[in-house]
Structure formats: C-alpha cells, structure tokens
Design a protein around this ligand. Structure first.
Ligand code: AMP
Ligand code: GLY
Length: 422
C-alpha cells in the first residue's frame, strides 16, 4: 500500500486528493498544507508549499512513495528538482520546464521557434518603446506582464490612454515587481482548457473543460479566478481536439525536450478557437483551477498509476474517462473578487449530493467557516448538461451560509446547444 504527499491546499488539491483516495493502492494521503475539507481524506501537515527542505524531510521521514505538486509557486521555486536530486519520486515539471508558465517570454519564444500557433507578439522592457509599439497597433491590444502574477498580469486596453496607464504600472512603477511586458495581438473566439499528462515525449490527453471567469450570471461583472467550470465542451469537436493534441500539446512537449527541459507533469493549454484556427493563449505547468474539479471526477483510471508513470517517464495504458456531463459551481464570499469578510459559519454541507471541494474554509469550534474569496466548489455529474446544471444548482441551494454567492448559469453554453445528447 502506498503513501502519497500532495503539496497545496485549494480546491484543485482537494480534487487531486479525492482522486487519489479512489485508488485501491493508496492507503495514506498527506497534504501540505491541505485545508479543512481535504482533512476529511488526508492528514494535513503544517508546511507551506514552498518550504522545500521541510517537505523533503517530511517525505523521507514518513517513507512517502510519491509526492504530487498542485501549485505553480512550488514548481517555480524548484521543488521537483530538489526532490528528484534527493531520489524522491515526485509528479511535476522541473523549474526549467515550469518556465512555460512562469515566463511569458520563454513560452512565446518557444512557440515562435517551433511554429506552435499563438498570437503575434513583441517583448519590451522599456516603457517608451512599448508605448510607441502600441501606438502603431490596433485596439483592443493585449499587455502581459512577464512573471508569475497569479493571473493578474494581463490587461486588455481598449484605448491608448488605458494602455499607457497599464504600461506605466508594469514598466515604470513596477506594480507587479520589476519585469518585462509581452504585447500581443488580440484574438477572438471561444476559450477552452486542454490539459494533458506529459511524460517527456509521451502525451496523454485529459477531457477538455472551460471555466467561467466573470463573477455574475450572463458572464457579467469583474474577472475572477473562475466561478465554475464544465466538461466536456459543446463547441470543441473531436477534430479540434486531435488537431490541438498534435500541433500544440505534442509539439510543445517535443519543443521542451529540444530545449533541454523535458516536461513531466500536467501541461495545461489555455487555447482559443479563433476564426484562423486554434491558438495558444497561455500554458500552465500544472492542473488548472477550477477545471480540475470538473475533469478529475470523470477519470476512471487509477490516478496513482498515472502519476507514477509520468514521474518515472514510463509508458501507460490509455486513460479512461466517463462520458458524463460534469458541472461545478463555486460558492464565493460576498464581495469577491474585491474585499470580503471571513469567518461565516457554513451548514448543511453533508446534505449535498455531489462532490464538495473546499477552496477556502477553516474549521472553528467543530464547524466549517468561510476562510477565503472562493470558499467551496460543488461538482455534479449527470447524463445531460440540463440535468447536471439543474441538480448542481439544487445541491448548492442546500448549503446554508450568510455570506456566500454563486452563479446559477454555469455550463449555459452546453445546456443551450444540447451538446452531443448531453
Ligand atoms: P492569460 O493569463 O494569458 O491566460 O490571459 C488571461 C485572459 O486574457 C485569457 O483567459 C483571455 O481571456 C484573455 N487573453 C489573453 N491573451 C489574449 C489574446 N491574445 N487575445 C484575446 N484575449 C486574450
Ligand atoms: N483556470 C485557469 C488556471 O488554472 O490558471
């Protein structure tokens, strides 16, 4: 029987722990730091995701068979390099391979060099030069601060004035730290998330998903880290997936090998189906959040086998998925993504028929309380999207808390088009 350590403590890590708990080979799961919901399935360890030495000592002392990394911050500081150097098995890419996410410039240059389709771009570290370039282009334009900015580094100005202000923040005032800016062509079309398990040149696709970034129904309100997600997708055909698999995901895995930083872990393609074909918006070097919370429940294969095969660079059998419609809804603190209060009691969670992932909760006096912007994620699977959406909304309505809100139209695209009998 195997012991696994999962690094991280959000909804994504809850979904990873939940998938591991379904493996008959795994009998003990630790999570560092984990969260109050993860604690139902795993023993939480009070270590932060970037405390590499302490995490390695924990893995050694507890004879951990496999460590799985959730968040990019741990990857970007080289947790995988350190574990591997010490002979400890770990699932995730090295620091060098993580540049596909941590450096926009690295990712864009790689795509250009290996003809992987993406928006045309230029990189700047000088404010005046950047402004000149923007003046010559069209609007909207896309400005991306180069560095890990937790999703906050992208600005899409509609006017020169807005672009100027953003460039000042990024290049003169160092709002996100000192860095560079990638300026790219604005693309249009539906976005989708295509995650693959990548083990050097071997690429195993997951089911595609889409998240809903806007705070309110009808895709209105401010951008958030994601208010819900669903899988599979109405507007992405098998041909689209096959094309993206060959020309984007496999091409990128091979490009990384050619650059001397072979990738082992989850390669996340944030893709857009534009009028000129499928193009890359961004890559991540990890599972997406909240896409993972709707995709992993559809996994039928043993995730422990998958993680080990990827970590060891070995072949594996084709991964099996169910054909359910999967919809997940975020319950967020009122005020999110701006300021919000914490500490509100959450009740009736045990009444929910579905999977309840904890994103930001704490346990206080034996009760769950809100402890973050995004608090809970409820996933429901059904035979059709209409059914899944109705049931997900009904289950979310059972949860009692004075300070939560959620969207009720998650998956509307799939429901509207009655996609593939789902
Ligand atoms: P990123 O952090 O690169 O994923 O960008 C965040 C969001 O900005 C994406 O999910 C897109 O909605 C939007 N975006 C980024 N790049 C572009 C682009 N070149 N054209 C249109 N929208 C974009
Ligand atoms: N859902 C987008 C991300 O994980 O970055």
């Amino acid at each position: 029987m195997k012991k696994v350590l999962v690094i991280g403590g959000g909804g994504r890590e809850h979904a990873i722990v939940h998938a591991l708990s379904r493996s008959p080979q795994v009998n003990k799961i630790y999570a560092a730091p984990g969260n109050a919901g993860i604690a139902q399935l795993a023993e939480c360890v009070a270590l932060k995701e970037i405390q590499i030495d302490e995490l390695m000592a924990f893995a050694r002392e507890n004879a951990i068979d496999l460590t799985v990394v959730g968040p990019e911050a741990a990857l970007a500081v080289g947790v995988v390099d350190a574990f591997r150097a010490a002979g400890l098995k770990i699932f995730g890419p090295t620091k060098a391979a993580t540049q596909i996410e941590s450096s926009k410039e690295f990712a864009k240059d790689l795509m250009k060099k290996y003809s992987i389709p993406t928006a045309a771009y230029e990189v700047f570290d000088n404010y005046e030069a950047a402004l000149e370039y923007v003046k010559k282009g069209t609007f909207p334009t896309v400005l991306k601060y180069d560095g890990l900015a937790a999703g906050k580094g992208v600005v899409i100005p509609e006017t020169l004035e807005e672009a100027d202000e953003a460039l000042r923040d990024m290049l003169l005032n160092d709002k996100f730290g000192h860095g560079r800016v990638v300026i790219e062509e604005f693309m249009t079309g539906p976005e989708f998330s295509f995650m693959c398990f990548v083990s050097d040149e071997k690429v195993y696709p997951m089911e595609v998903a889409q998240d809903h970034k806007r705070a309110f129904d009808g895709d209105k309100g401010p951008n958030t880290g994601g208010m819900g997600a669903y899988s599979p997708l109405p507007f992405i055909t098998t041909e689209d997936i096959d094309w993206a698999y060959d020309h984007i995901m496999c091409a990128t895995a091979n490009a990384l090998i050619a650059e001397g930083c072979s990738f082992r872990g989850v390669l996340y393609g944030g893709l857009m189906k534009t009028p000129n074909g499928i193009k890359v918006i961004e890559f991540n070097a990890r599972f997406g959040d909240p896409e993972t919370e709707v995709v992993l429940p559809r996994l039928e294969s043993d995730i422990y086998d998958i993680f080990c095969a990827v970590a060891d660079g070995e072949e594996m059998d084709e991964i099996k998925w169910n054909d359910k419609a999967s919809i997940g809804i975020v319950l967020a603190s009122k005020g999110y993504p701006e300021a919000y209060d914490k500490g509100f009691v959450i009740e009736e969670l045990d009444q929910v028929e579905g999977i309840v992932y904890h994103m930001g909760t704490a346990l206080k006096d034996g009760k769950y309380v809100t402890n973050g912007g995004r608090v809970l994620f409820v996933t429901v699977m059904a035979d059709t999207f209409a059914e899944a959406q109705a049931k997900a909304n009904a289950e979310v309505a059972k949860i009692q808390c004075d300070n939560l809100f959620h969207r009720s139209d998650i998956g509307w695209q799939a429901v509207k088009y009655n996609f593939c009998d789902k």
